[in-house]
Design a protein around this ligand. Sequence first.
Ligand code: PLP
Length: 432
Amino acid sequence: MHQFSFKNESLHCEDVDLAELASDHGTPLYVYSAGTIRQNYLALENALDGLDHEIAYAVKANSNLSVINTVRELGSGFDIVSGGELYRVIKAGGDPGKCTFAGVGKTEEEIRYSIDAGIYCFNVESEEELVAINSIAETMGKVAPIAVRVNPNVDAKTHKYISTGKSENKFGVDFGLIEGVYERASKLANVHLKGLQMHIGSQLTSVKPFLEAVEKVTPLAVSLKEKHNIEFFSIGGGIGIVYEDALASGPKKWWDGQSAGERPLTPALYAEKIVPVLKDSGLKILLEPGRYMVGNAGVLLTKCLYEKKGTAKTFKIVDAAMNDLIRPALYEGHHEIVPVKEKYNSTVKMDIVGPVCESGDFFCQDRELPDFQPNEVIALMSAGAYGFVMASNYNTRPFPAEILVDGEDAKVIKPRQVLEEIIEDELDALEE
Ligand SMILES: *Cc1c(COP(=O)(O)O)cnc(C)c1O
């Protein structure tokens, strides 16, 4: 669900007119809905009522400090994958004691920083990392809290680039080897075994792989609790959102996030299947949703610069590009595309492309869409997760601005980058 809708034929985020935002702040422009983030969080909380659980928002999906703060105010913890993300959480007023730290390549510097800050737990992804954390903690005279990430060898049935729970993926410790790693860990003096973790992939649109994974791993978690007295079992993130809606392409239709070509994996359906398997485990269950929390809560506004009619295709060239939103180029991500003014009665088949010098720089290909014209603004829907966080300065294009809407309020939470900021440190080197 989300809070983007047409009012007076103009697309709004909550009570704020997106065309006005684009004209006040320029494009490309990320706009997020605080109300949608809250609604998503609370829907998951409600669905899990009765299960001993904690939500740890996966910060990498959208790490703007104001987004972290919005989630923090709801009582959420955080799943981080770098020292940089821990730094962000702390700067946003978050509690390091509610942070779990995942990732296959934690550096010594990151491990020290996290031990010092007092994070809740390291989610360890290899035996080598376990040994490293133990010796770093030893030099600090500390005991580091750890869980081991198990790779359950379950097919998440998502795009191969965002699948993480199969034996051939780099993540976690093989299911068959995990008990040996706990044995080894239990003999190390400077780590304390606190939990078990898994995360099988992202953008899962069916509950089946989740169910398969919790059914396979819960007995292991229970036995580790008996042997090593662990207190939590983290089942990871990965709840998918609706990106694609068959209704969206008509001139007067637009995507409502519900009446979908894709069926939403609702929190209720997710909970209905997995809670029965988990609820008698005696363990605290951690969830690490990222995309689910913020994906549908954001759009990227972009302005049409040119229309170019070739012999084979019609191109609409817009001012956003793959450096602003890389999902289509990186893993064939789909975004519904909606002109912010609802006035079109004809459609054309088009490619929407950005100015960057790469043929992968497109937002859609051969899609039948309202025939918007140069200077008009369109919204790339569902761009709240893995959008701005993956942006780059490729082609020396400044980062877009970000705005957080809450009811009638629209606040710039990151100003548009200016060219001076991109080159200032390089200039220093020139002037030395
Ligand atoms: C990326 C990641 C998540 C969040 O994934 P989503 O698909 O955004 O929910 C959760 N846990 C871990 C360990 C991750 O790496």
